[in-house]
Design a protein around this ligand. Structure first.
Ligand SMILES: [Zn+2]
Length: 224
């Protein structure tokens, strides 16, 4: 890593995943002057308990919420647009899209779901983590994306969240409120925003308690 501001790319399966797992870390990166971008792979169209809701409408609503959340954190955002719940059907396309985003944004740190989490039931989380790991390799190989693509890029580090084997804990005490505010931007996802804030704050407090921090987020940090 150089003395220049860090560049970070986080890739989430759904419109609220980056904020849920890494929102406090995003806030602390931004406080240090890092450039942070989010890539949301699916359109979140299944994110409603209302059987009468139109999937396209839910997707549009959630994209707007995700943009507001990213704005609140001072992060850029882009969307993959793959259908919610079926990312595994588009694994190759998702891998290439991630690889292209890595080459365009040239992050020092790449972050996403841990695809090796035991009993990770959500297929999009597994598929997203795998696409990011595979995309990272395709991005760094000169011929990984075919002719006409941006030049190869190799992020220095890969951070995986939702992991069984964390080895890096970020103190998010200072950024916790910004994280909770960003999550609250995803208003369509909660019937009880106050209760949800409390649950997430409690979760981050429990992670931090084992490390002597008021609140923390946990990652498997891999030097790539
Ligand atoms: Zn998710």
């Amino acid at each position: 890593m150089t003395g220049a501001p860090l560049r970070i790319l986080l890739v989430g399966a759904h419109p609220d995943d980056c904020e849920l797992y890494a929102g406090g870390t995003i806030a602390s990166w931004r406080a240090e002057g890092a450039r942070v971008d989010l890539l949301v792979l699916t359109d979140g169209r299944l994110g409603s308990a209302d059987p009468a809701a139109a999937p396209g409408e839910i997707a549009r609503l959630r994209a707007g919420e995700a943009e507001a959340a990213a704005r609140g954190l001072g992060a850029g955002i882009r969307f993959g647009g793959f259908p919610d719940g079926a990312l595994a059907d588009s694994r190759r396309e998702a891998t290439l899209l991630v690889a292209r985003a890595i080459r365009e944004l040239r992050p020092d740190v790449l972050a996403s779901h841990d695809p090796w989490r035991t009993y990770e039931l959500h297929p999009d989380h597994r598929a997203c983590g795998s696409a990011v790991c595979d995309g990272m390799i395709a991005a760094r190989e000169a011929h990984g994306l075919g002719p006409g693509s941006p030049p190869a890029h190799r992020p220095a580090e890969l951070w995986l969240w939702g992991t069984d084997h964390p080895n890096h804990f970020v103190d998010v005490s200072a950024g916790l409120e910004r994280k909770l505010d960003a999550l609250a931007s995803h208003a369509s996802q909660f019937s009880d925003v106050a209760g949800w804030r409390e649950r997430v704050a409690g979760w981050n407090a429990r992670i931090g308690a084992e490390r002597g921090m008021r609140a923390a987020e946990a990652f498997r940090r891999i030097l790539a």
